[in-house]
Design a protein around this ligand. Structure first.
Ligand SMILES: NC(=O)c1ccc[n+]([C@@H]2O[C@H](COP(=O)([O-])OP(=O)(O)OC[C@H]3O[C@@H](n4cnc5c(N)ncnc54)[C@H](O)[C@@H]3O)[C@@H](O)[C@H]2O)c1
Length: 275
């Protein structure tokens, strides 16, 4: 595969959830470019998954697509097993699978379903099913993914590295999005607990908490010049983030360059949530 010259992940195997799109896709491609074999995990039948795998394999890298709903324990266990069946082991994990709200479908612009979620408004009126759906994917899904891969890492006996994707929403309360904010704060605390629990096995666990990034989850912000300009005025570095910005932060934390870093949160956000 065409490389950047840096090969930080030669011989390593990575599992990336949310790998069919956005930052998960970009990180999968960059991991493969630097030598990793990648299990790209996304929802079953997501056509974007095959595109990501093709981008990697067409360039000479190794990748498979694994369909899994991360809110289901059996799917997470099967995804980890599929990575091991294909590549023999698991060394690295990025857990990026997520929904913005109970009706979010990645890659679609806001529609009636999203509007229904918004109409439900604040937590005092929202159906509890909306809350449970978001927590099951965004928080339980990260926990299930982490432990599925960690079990293999522990058995292998030579360490590993995990990056969980949180959000600036983990520290900024967002009225109308309690379930999302709470899930992302939960990811941060889960990361810290796991960092301590897995440290004896030399498995490092860190969090990347992005600002606003131009992916499907930004819901077309980058295409709307007026909204984009208004937003960028609030970002100290003056631009919307790109999936590449998150991939680079994640690759650093997964690499041996971060071999003494665990239990930390990194905010690639252009300075947005500083202070
Ligand atoms: N884009 C932003 O502005 C932004 C900001 C802060 C944090 N984040 C976080 O970044 C991460 C990646 O999101 P993104 O911005 O790349 O958007 P995205 O929509 O491209 O990625 C989310 C991925 O998760 C997948 N997914 C959803 N439910 C799933 C399930 N049950 N099982 C398996 N996969 C599932 C989606 O199909 C999609 O591929 C998420 O954790 C998100 O919360 C995004």
């Amino acid at each position: 595969m065409a490389s950047t010259g840096i090969q930080r992940f030669q011989g390593k195997v990575a599992l990336v959830t949310g790998g069919a799109s956005g930052m998960g896709a970009e990180t999968s491609i960059r991991l493969a470019r630097e030598g990793a074999s990648v299990a790209v995990v996304g929802l079953p039948d997501d056509p974007r998954g095959a595109d990501v795998v093709a981008q990697i394999t067409d360039a000479g890298g190794n990748a498979i697509y694994v369909g899994a709903d991360v809110s289901r324990e059996a799917d997470c266990d099967a995804a980890a097993q599929a990575a091991v069946d294909a590549f023999g082991r698991i060394d690295l994990c990025m857990a990026a699978a997520c929904i913005l709200n109970a009706h979010y479908v990645s890659g679609e612009v806001p529609d009636d379903a999203l509007a229904a979620d918004r109409r439900a408004g604040h937590i005092i009126n929202k159906p509890v099913e909306f809350w449970e759906k978001v927590l099951s994917v965004n928080l339980t899904g990260v926990m299930l993914t982490n432990r599925a891969v960690a079990r293999y890492m522990i058995a292998q006996g030579d360490g590993g590295a995990i990056v969980n994707i949180s959000s600036g929403a983990a520290k900024i309360p967002m009225p109308g999005s309690a379930e999302y904010s709470v899930s992302k704060t939960g990811v941060w605390m889960l990361t810290r607990v796991l960092a301590l629990e897995l440290a004896p096995h030399q498995i490092r666990v860190n969090t990347v908490a992005p600002g606003v990034i131009d992916t499907p989850m930004a819901l077309g912000l980058s295409q709307d010049e007026e909204r984009r300009a208004a937003f960028e005025r609030f970002v100290p570095l003056g631009r919307l983030g790109e999936a590449e910005d998150i991939a680079e932060a994640t690759l650093f934390l997964l690499s041996d360059h971060a071999s003494y870093i665990s239990g930390q949160i990194l905010h690639p956000d252009g300075g947005l949530f500083t202070g």
